[in-house]
Write a protein that binds this ligand. Structure first.
Ligand SMILES: Cc1cc2nc3c(=O)[nH]c(=O)nc-3n(C[C@H](O)[C@H](O)[C@H](O)COP(=O)(O)OP(=O)(O)OC[C@H]3O[C@@H](n4cnc5c(N)ncnc54)[C@H](O)[C@@H]3O)c2cc1C
Length: 468
């Protein structure tokens, strides 16, 4: 890239906020699992919306592609640049809270703030921000919005899309669009904010957001249920929802293998049951704290045992016990990484088909790789299953990964035959482009039209979602 362009950008962000040496870019160019590793002309770290706008004006003038990055926790390669002439725009320094509003129950923050920090600021202000993912210590609210992240609270609070009230975005030519009002109702034509939610950096840069906050729950009741089939867990879910008025805010299914991996690799973790096939982590969040409510929950869980849907149940007695329960669930990805190669599927199906999906997908894995180990977990309350396949213990990782395309194809075919989605949470990026082309042709044409009208020069994350 011409020095003149980089000099112009350096003048905007300052010398200390531009990385030009390849060695110093490493953390930005490789991602969490080491699946993608890229290249770029520079990493640029603007500190304000105005700086983002001025950088984009320069990029627009010289036709330089911009790859926006938040916390670099994306799992489909969307945040990684792959060309020496592309610029990586890191939003890590655009991380201030602009307003906490207890009357509107909203919080306005810049896109680069970490999700865990946003949650903490809400808590300090007696509010609650319900978006919660295992990557929350690193991912940013801008990245969450750009990927329409899901996570464990979707069952009750909805996806990120349901939590966003307004956005500030910078368009490819540098124009700033400010739509940060905390309005629940705003029927003024097309929803521009919804276009940017889930756009994965292909339309512009999200620089700030106003999101919904909720009253802080006073009490959380966390329980593990021992269950012998996913089908029974769905029946248990519906009974719980029909009999307890305390909001059920999480319902997470995990197979035995996932928990075995966690206990093997993550210090200070223990299984709550000596033998089990499946386990569900259940959480209720309440605005009151009463013995009566806890008794009601206990009674319902015992009722599930009497009905033969649940084999055993343990309810946490303290915050630290509940934290340990969550640790088991949230460490699955990290533990699985230590078991060698894995083939990941982030799918969703209508809840009525979950049992069939798990049964058939397991058969596909065993038929193709007899000793493969299925790590099955997910937000079953909203139909989302992470169906991951770990390599056989003694297999050669690269040999195992040669089967990835074939196995993924089969599992996606199964998912689509059950009216599901091949990407429930993680987006398209690079990894799911082929599936999008194959299964969503009409949608892709419409999306392309929108992309071309907003990003006329195709400088926003080119090659992601769409072919270059
Ligand atoms: C251990 C682990 C657990 C996870 N669990 C979940 C889960 O439960 N649910 C879930 O949905 N995801 C999950 N993820 C995936 C990931 O954390 C989410 O996709 C997250 O929302 C990405 O945020 P980020 O800030 O890291 O974005 P990045 O990875 O930096 O970027 C992701 C995409 O968004 C774009 N982007 C980022 N910031 C902006 C911006 N400000 N403006 C425009 N575009 C932008 C990038 O260009 C890229 O296409 C998990 C990941 C890990 C590693």
């Amino acid at each position: 890239m011409k020095k003149e362009i980089l000099n112009k950008i350096q003048k905007v962000v300052g010398k200390s906020n531009i990385i030009l040496q390849e060695d110093d870019m490493h953390n930005y160019l490789t991602e969490w699992r080491g699946v993608y590793s890229g290249k770029a002309a520079a990493v640029i770290k603007p500190k304000s919306t105005n700086e983002v706008s001025r950088v984009l004006k320069i990029a627009y003038e010289y036709n330089i592609p911009i790859i926006t990055q938040g916390g670099n926790t994306g799992l489909v390669g969307g945040q990684i640049p792959f060309d020496k002439n592309h610029l990586l725009l890191s939003l890590e320094k655009l991380n201030k809270v602009r307003e906490v509003n207890n009357i509107d129950r909203s919080i306005t923050a810049e896109a680069g703030i970490k999700l865990s920090e946003l949650q903490n600021i809400c808590m300090k202000n007696n509010l609650f921000f319900p978006l919660s993912l295992a990557s929350e210590g690193s991912c940013t609210i801008g990245g969450n919005i750009a990927t329409n992240a899901g996570g464990v609270g979707v069952l009750y609070y909805g996806n990120t899309r349901e939590l966003v009230l307004g956005l500030e975005v910078v368009l490819p030519d540098g124009k700033i669009i400010n739509n940060l009002q905390a309005l629940v109702k705003d029927n003024t034509g097309y929803s521009i904010k919804n276009l940017f939610i889930g756009s994965e950096g292909t339309l512009g840069v999200i620089t700030a957001a106003t999101v919904k906050a909720f009253p802080q729950p006073k009490e959380k009741y966390t329980a593990f249920l021992k269950i012998n089939s996913p089908n029974k867990s769905i029946k248990a879910l519906r009974i719980i929802q029909e009999s307890i008025s305390t909001p059920l805010t999480a319902f997470e299914l995990m197979n035995n293998r996932s928990i075995q991996f966690v206990i093997r690799h993550i210090p200070k973790t223990f299984a709550p049951f000596s033998k089990f096939k499946w386990m569900v982590l259940v959480e209720f969040s309440s605005l009151e704290s009463s013995d009566l409510e806890k008794e009601r929950i206990e009674k319902t869980l015992n009722g599930l045992i009497d009905l033969g849907l649940v084999e055993d149940a343990v309810l946490s007695n303290s915050k630290s016990q509940s934290k340990n329960m969550w640790k088991l669930r949230e460490s699955i990805s990290e533990a699985q990484k230590k078991e060698g190669g894995s083939i990941k599927n982030d799918i969703s199906v209508p809840i009525k088909f979950i049992n069939k999906f798990i049964h058939d997908a397991t058969s596909i894995s065993k038929k193709n790789i007899p000793d493969s180990r299925c790590v099955i977990f997910g937000h079953i309350g909203d139909g989302n299953i992470h169906f991951n396949i770990s390599q056989p213990p003694k297999a050669e990782k690269q040999e195992f990964l040669k089967k990835e395309n074939h196995l993924r194809k089969k599992i996606v075919e199964l998912t689509m035959s059950l009216d599901g989605s091949f990407s429930a949470e993680h987006g398209i990026g690079l990894a799911r482009k082929g599936d999008l082309k194959k299964y969503k042709k009409d949608k892709l044409i419409l999306m392309k039209g929108i992309k071309e009208s907003i990003d006329k020069k195709n400088i926003m994350n080119p090659g992601k979602i769409f072919d270059y």
